[in-house]
Design a protein around this ligand. Sequence first.
Ligand SMILES: [Ca+2]
Ligand SMILES: [Ca+2]
Ligand SMILES: [Ca+2]
Length: 310
Amino acid sequence: MWAPISLLGLGLGLAACYAPTPPAGVPCTPPPAGEGICPSGQICSPTGVCQRPGDGGLAPDGASDGGPNDDDDGDGVANAVDNCPKVANPDQANDDGDAFGDACDPCPPFADDPVVDPDGDGVSVACDPFPLIGGDHITLFESFRGTGLPAGWDALGAWSFVAGNAVVTSSDGDLSYLTIPHPHLAKTAVMTQLTVDELIGNGPRALGPVQMYQTLPSQGIVCELLRNGNGPKLTLFDSGGGGVTINDTDGTYDVGTTATLTNRRDGTAYECSEGTTAVTGTTAYTTATPSIGLRAKSASARFAWVLVVD
Ligand SMILES: [Ca+2]
Ligand SMILES: [Ca+2]
Ligand SMILES: [Ca+2]
């Protein structure tokens, strides 16, 4: 009879005196804008989250301790939910929706978990221009997420940026370019995925990735889907007439076609490929103000992304 009453009294007493520290993660406003007020025993992180001292987190490498709020790359996203825990990418962009954010993806435009990378260079096969020769690095991935011209790019012609695509309409006989400065290295590959929306006029209509050796209006090595009087072609040529061997092969594309094209350089050798179809040529031009990018002639198209591997 007495014992239950005593235990109940003890329990109520503990509840009144014991104030456990609330779990971390409560929002706060750090100085100088706010006073950084957090529950007892916690501090306000620079990114505005209450955390326990020593719970690592929200601090760059060297300050983490393995706790649940650790943020090794200091981008404000805790390791446990960061799609690139070792690369600062606060926007968490992830074009293909796989396990890797764009900033650390071994092939940003194509889902690749599990990763297949036989040469072990960190670029998986779908994006590796030399899948059995190590040493490649992804140096640029532009997925056109914004509504304006991406930083650093130059546009010639009618380009717009809609729903994750660079959209171009190049009127009959006109050339349009979307380029960004990029050095010509010993090995460079420029990939893009495009969808053909309209073929305009009766002359040559062409779309594809380029490696330019002058700025706009450019001259350089062009890898394109070409449609002329001889039907659809996959073609490689030097738009400045500077000596690359002109090659093409029959293709199968039309309005509505989606294709992935690769414009690959290895020293003086070039290859233009689309799936298992490829054409090759050579040139030894001298670079002046090199850039890479996209080119369209007499056509409307949507380009989903540009990937550069050096
Ligand atoms: Ca990150
Ligand atoms: Ca990804
Ligand atoms: Ca590789």
